[in-house]
Design a protein around this ligand. Structure first.
Ligand code: NAP
Length: 283
């Protein structure tokens, strides 16, 4: 069994970007890439995610701005802020940390980001481009990170049977689309799926993005399965995934741990997308 080490893998990606960024700034005398992160309200999990994203920017030598807005900000004022950033030449990527307060229309806000700066890949334009395989868009960070891990570990998805558990717009759905682009046969399951275990047992690769601690057991999967665990759950003060790692690892050929698997790749993909946006502008 091979542990898919997302922490190490993401480090390499960030190192490469950092070196390239340094070279561009020093040799070509150009500005660094810039990422703006908008956070609304005080959600503690969101604060941690935003801090990690800003830290990653600093590590690779990007310019970053964190814009903290009051919980009661109006949808219009939030969109106005985004429009300012759309016109700001120092900013190559704009990210709005989700979730937003319920009264704000998330999709309207996301779609107010210029597609060329939507480095999270959540806007209608970028989702559309992803579905048809138009590489001029941005791929959403978590599934993009997973695709890079699979490729980096030489796990060919072409012709494989894949079960994705979860159908969210940020993980399950884009994950399925990216796998289909690469020739996988994909089944997307949700909370109403009948006989999930039966479906999982037939899969060569499973991707689990549910948010239920240690839901998938060894008895749900076949021998030699590749397991990608997206879940981040806190149980008794410790992080765990949606897969019962110790149990399933005994049957898996490859498995991502939590923490240290998919999580760091999400951030690395965000940094990569921001750098791509920057390079599209400066070259
Ligand atoms: P979400 O929007 O809550 O979606 C969860 C999905 O799981 C839904 O489609 C739901 O089905 C399905 N589901 C729930 N219980 C199920 C069950 N018992 N059997 C089968 N399907 C079930 O969650 P998300 O945003 O995709 O996130 C999922 C998990 O990944 C969370 O733990 C989150 O923290 C984590 N996450 C991690 C990263 C990372 O970078 N590692 C990034 C994003 C999310 P219905 O649609 O029918 O309700």
């Amino acid at each position: 069994m091979i542990i898919i080490d997302g922490k190490e893998f993401s480090k390499k990606i960030l190192e490469e970007i950092s070196n390239e960024q340094k070279e561009i700034v020093e040799r070509k005398n150009l500005r660094p890439a810039g990422l703006a992160v908008i956070i609304v309200g005080e959600n503690p999990a969101s604060q941690v995610y935003v801090r990690n994203k800003t830290r990653a920017c600093e590590k690779v030598g990007f310019y970053s701005e964190t814009i903290k807005l009051e919980e009661n900000i109006s949808e219009n004022d939030l969109i106005k802020k985004i429009e300012e950033l759309n016109e700001n030449d120092k900013i190559d990527g704009i990210l709005v940390q989700l979730p937003l307060p319920k009264r704000i229309d998330e999709l309207k806000v996301i779609n107010s980001i210029k597609p060329e700066k939507d480095v999270d890949g959540f806007s209608n334009v970028n989702v559309g481009k992803m579905v048809i395989g138009d590489e001029s868009g941005f791929l959403s960070c978590t599934p993009y990170g997973i695709m890079q891990l699979l490729e980096g570990y030489d796990i060919d998805v072409n012709g494989k049977d894949v079960v994705v558990v979860g159908r969210s717009n940020i993980v399950g759905k884009p994950m399925a689309m990216m796998l289909i682009q690469k020739g996988a046969t994909v089944q997307v399951c949700n909370s109403r799926t009948k006989d999930l275990s039966k479906k999982l047992k037939k899969a060569d690769i499973i991707v689990v993005a549910v948010g239920v601690p240690r839901m998938i057991k060894a008895t749900d999967v076949k021998e030699g399965v590749v397991v990608i665990d997206v879940g981040i759950n806190r149980v008794d003060g410790k992080l765990c995934g949606d897969v019962d790692y110790e149990d399933v690892a005994q049957k898996a050929s490859y498995i991502t741990p939590v923490p240290g698997g998919v999580g760091p790749m999400t951030i690395a993909s965000l940094i990569k997308n921001t750098f791509i946006s920057y390079q599209r502008k400066i070259y």
